[in-house]
Ligand binder design. Structure first.
Ligand code: ZN
Length: 119
């Protein structure tokens, strides 16, 4: 266990060398606590890099035909609910990854992260 805090409020809680795949592939796991500040306050985005989003900025909810901007995601109760959309398998991305493309495909703006709904 190693613990250090720098002046930006980062706290390195632990680092831990683990081995996967029968000890062939070493991975370093770094757990960082940011002392209660939200991702947005830290200037981080809320993009998801795994399936089905693959790091795209705009995510469509195929159920409500609404588009969300993950770079401005709102995580309050009943706001964007991106993780719920993904869990329900209602998430899709656009090609190209633009708000214009989502509009061309008939998606309306989420009121929380984009605003200016046309409904
Ligand atoms: Zn949204």
């Amino acid at each position: 266990m190693e613990r250090s805090v720098n002046q930006r409020g980062f706290s390195i809680v632990s680092h831990n060398l683990s081995f996967y795949n029968g000890f062939r592939e070493p991975k370093v796991i770094l757990l960082v606590s940011h002392l209660g500040r939200s991702k947005r306050e830290r200037g981080e985005t809320m993009r998801r890099y795994g399936a089905p989003i693959y790091g795209k900025q705009f995510v469509g909810n195929t159920d409500k035909k609404e588009v969300h901007d993950l770079d401005n995601e709102k995580t309050g109760k009943n706001e964007c609910q991106i993780d719920e959309i993904i869990r329900a398998q209602h998430a899709r991305t656009f090609n190209p990854d633009t708000l214009d493309q989502a509009h061309r495909e008939g998606y309306d703006n989420c009121a929380y992260c984009i605003g200016g709904s046309k409904r």
